[in-house]
Design a protein around this ligand. Sequence first.
Ligand code: MET
Length: 348
Amino acid sequence: MTERTNIQALIDKAETTHTLTKDELVTLLQDRQYEAEVFAAADRVRQKYVGDEVHLRGLIEFSNRCKQNCLYCGLRRDNSKVSRYRLDMDTIIDFAVKAKSYGYRTVVLQSGEDEWFDVAKMVEIIKKIKELDLAITISVGEKSREVYQAYRDAGADRYLLRIETTDKELYEKLDPGMSWDNRMRCLYDLKELGFELGTGCLVGIPGQTIESLADDILFFKEIDADMIGVGPFIPNPDTPLADEAGGTFELSTKVMALIRLLLPDINIPATTAMESLNPEGRVLALQRGANVVMPNVTEGEYRQLYLLYPGKICVNDTPAHCRSCITGKITGIGRKVSETHGYRAKRV
Ligand code: MET
């Protein structure tokens, strides 16, 4: 077969059977010539399985304090340049009320790993937000199964915990003091407890190979993740990886498009980090397989203090501005803002 025919056959296989072997994924990840065909196939699969609606999730970044020391993250414990904040409970609830008033049907509560928010405080926050008839996604890192159970019992619907990389050795190098096995344990516990499970990976971290990205994609299928967020690695000057090369927009969206082909009915965000690399990043991502956007609803000075990576977009905007801006972008490409809670479609 000629190269074109071979690549086209792989794309057709992915589009029709939603399966690829590791070698086939590697071939598609390495190819640069027929990327447009991969993106077009992902867009068709997105349209067929989850439709034209885009789900918006209002993101509340409620604490930038973190006990972990991940080398790639601006909020790492050893970064003394960050001025640390922690929102009080009333402020968190207030932001959730406002998120609802902007029309969001889900709030995502995200923070560094901040033990001040113990299980009792989180349960109280979750219960109060549930009274607003919002879906709740929690993203606060690694906890025991019992703690996850308590969040679930309180009404949390979804949990976001990226594996970041399925390469165990690389993971443990980049996340000193953390255990890859424990992160896997967390992901399987969350799935078993009935959360909609969100995970995902970084693209372009130093030491990562194309083969390991293929493993990441196959792992997402294996665990039957309900949402997958892919972010390009963007080196933060205040971290040990300051001088490393970052990931590219093209490869990040390629990984995302392949995930759409293999997990056709899941929710996939057009991530903020993608738009930080390309001014049209979220719209392009929505046309390459994504069907979710997570606008920030954190207000005031806190918005500038939650810098996982430099160049983060919208840090000087208000939540109301972001709401109308993103609506304009979505309708501008002929898509529609969803008015549902946006659970996984499950149409396969
Ligand atoms: N540290 C947590 C995690 O790894 C929370 C999000 S990262 C800012 O998932």
